[in-house]
Design a protein around this ligand. Structure first.
Ligand SMILES: [Zn+2]
Ligand SMILES: [Zn+2]
Length: 437
């Protein structure tokens, strides 16, 4: 998070200067962490209302604390069978599946056997069609571009295979590269194949051992009992998101007002009223969908959060404590390093990206402490990952380990050669976005 920190006074407890991330946001003490865990609407993820946001933020903190305590006592414990979260999401999926089946049955009856006039049939069919659109599974799509086959990238496949072996996880079905500052594992397509996506900008910013930590974390997701990454929870995981997307995304009320405003400017009062009614209806569906999804997810999130920490413990085991902590630090500084690279792009070429990123990381290191503390404010119950600070704390409480997988420099050099076209693509992306200004 790139925020300017401004000092708003002194801590009554330890005398340290207080800091604050934005003028309207609550100050905290970087020395004794006073007030750090305060809900901050300016930084916490927006969840429709402050009430829900605050509840999710506090619940997230409690779950983080409990999960860290549990896992630091027994860091090597694997997931024990099916989690409560998975049972819950599977049950919701079954109910949604039944609702869909009833809607299909009703439609078949309406069209073939009801004997009603055609116009009435169409009118009666509409609600069932809407229900079907809502509960239809969203499989997602395996990316078409950026897929790195074993022939294109044998070294990368070999490395991913080694990490999977060291971690005791399956290998992903597909490996992709893209230009995001991110990485992830998802189940996509109607066969729900496991897809590992490596954001090359993040990859080049990471020191080499930290790349192993990143891969181990992601592969850890294929075997850590995360209820939100299992095939049979698909319906429950996606129905609310679909309602939100179908009705135009976030902030529906704002859109309703703006929509009516602009119609009022261009047209008459009646049209504006009608538009307001339509927008309000869409807004209602939107908020109901989002809330239902948050409620369903809140039951599964503790297990999902535990799975994230387990993936981190996997990264620690395979890549070692230092590599894992480095990977967290890079994530914390990634946006800043990226924007510095953006400024430097015309003066370097793609081959120099890694070295440049390493230099910039050093340069930004003094900002790490506050960025790390601040990561606690930007995370809540529904965040996909715990804040970096929470993740680092768990690993820091455990004994330092070296990791079980070591990749020698010549292999890294081969890997770099293999990904050279992607480095050039990253460099072009940096130059390309500059051209727009
Ligand atoms: Zn203090
Ligand atoms: Zn993860």
């Amino acid at each position: 998070m790139s925020t300017t920190i401004m000092p708003p006074g002194r801590c009554a407890g330890c005398g340290h200067d207080l800091v604050s991330a934005a003028p309207e946001s609550a100050p905290w003490c970087p020395g004794c962490l006073w007030n750090l865990d305060e809900y901050d609407p300016a930084l916490a993820p927006w969840r429709g209302t402050k009430l829900v946001g605050r509840w999710g933020f506090r619940r997230g903190l409690r779950i983080d604390r409990a999960t860290r305590a549990e896992l630091s006592a027994d860091p090597d414990a694997g997931p024990d069978g099916t989690s409560t979260g998975e049972v819950w999401l599977s049950a919701v999926s079954v109910v949604l599946g039944l609702v869909g089946a009833v809607a299909v049955g009703y439609l078949v009856w309406l069209l073939l056997a009801s004997g009603l006039p055609a116009g009435v049939r169409v009118a009666f069919a509409l609600p069932a069609v809407l229900v079907l659109l809502l509960v239809k599974p969203a499989f997602g799509r395996v990316p078409r571009t950026g897929v790195l086959s074993e022939r294109d990238a044998p070294q990368l496949h070999r490395l991913v295979g080694d990490v999977a072996r060291a971690a005791g996880t399956p290998v992903p079905d597909v490996i992709c590269a893209d230009l995001s500052i991110n990485a992830g594992v998802a189940r996509l397509g109607w066969r729900q194949r496991s897809v590992l996506v490596i954001g090359v900008p993040l990859w080049v910013m990471l020191p080499r051992p930290a790349r192993v930590a990143l891969l181990a974390h992601e592969l850890g997701h294929l075997a850590n009992g995360d209820p939100r990454r299992v095939r049979r929870t698909l319906l429950a995981r996606t129905f609310g998101a679909r309602a939100v997307a179908a009705t135009g995304g976030r902030n529906p009320w704002l859109r309703a007002v703006h929509g009516a405003d602009s119609v009022a400017v261009h047209g008459g009062g009646l049209v504006a009223l009608l538009s307001l009614v339509v927008h309000a209806f869409l807004g209602l569906v939107n908020v109901l969908g989002a809330t239902a999804q948050l409620l369903v997810d809140s039951v599964a999130m503790p297990d999902s959060r535990r799975a994230e920490y387990r993936a981190d413990l996997m990264a620690r085991r395979v890549a070692g404590t230092d590599a894992f902590l480095q990977s967290c630090e890079v994530v914390l500084l990634a946006d800043r390093v990226w924007s510095e690279l953006w400024h430097l792009a015309p003066r370097i070429d793609g081959e120099q990206l890694d070295a440049m990123a390493a230099e910039l990381r050093e340069h930004q290191a003094p900002k790490l402490r506050l960025a790390r503390q601040l990561s606690r404010r930007g995370t809540d119950l529904w965040s996909t990952h715990p804040g970096e600070d929470q993740r680092m704390r768990l690993v820091e409480t455990l004994p330092r380990v070296d990791g079980t997988l070591h990749v020698d420099e010549s292999r890294w050099a081969d890997l770099d050669r293999e990904l050279a076209p992607w480095r050039r693509a990253v460099h072009h992306a940096l130059l390309g976005t500059r051209d727009r200004y």
